[in-house]
Design a protein around this ligand. Sequence first.
Ligand code: GRF
Length: 186
Amino acid sequence: MRDPRRVAILISGRGSNMRALAEQADDYEVALVASNKPSTAGLQWAKGRGFRTWSLESKGMDKETFDRRLSDALSEAEVGTIALAGFMRILSPWFVSEWAGRILNIHPSLLPKYRGLDTHARAIAAGDLKSGCSVHIVTEELDAGEVLGQAEVPIRAGDTAAALEQRVLAEEHRLYPKVLSEFVRR
Ligand code: GRF
């Protein structure tokens, strides 16, 4: 059984949640920062901070081939828990079953509302009075696994999706390290 406190953070983009997780790592350690986008800014930041990194361009590669290479890199770094943080790929059923119960994700809505993309615009268009973010276990069904923690953000009159995104993002950066710490302790 691998140590759950050895965490890998998977990113595809700017990686602001990855930075929050790395900077607030208390009960866990960042064993690897991995990406399917080798030139992404978040990966450069992680390298600069001395974190172990791994990347492989996923474009044009068969999904399961990529996922098997990723899984090998995670095993090599003795990772026990995987935190998806803006990892813009749906993982293969093979990968999800290989790492079952050990993959977390942060999603910018109050699940089960608004699975998938464009969550802020959808919450505003629906006339919701609040939105927020959720940390959940990753299962084969998109954004549908057990919710481990949520933070709410009020939606203001005249809010744009971009303004709401910024306020939700600030909550994501508080919520994710807290929930991940709780998860690795349980
Ligand atoms: C965040 O909105 C997160 O909720 C979603 O993807 C975005 C990642 O942003 N899963 P960042 O790369 O962490 O800045």
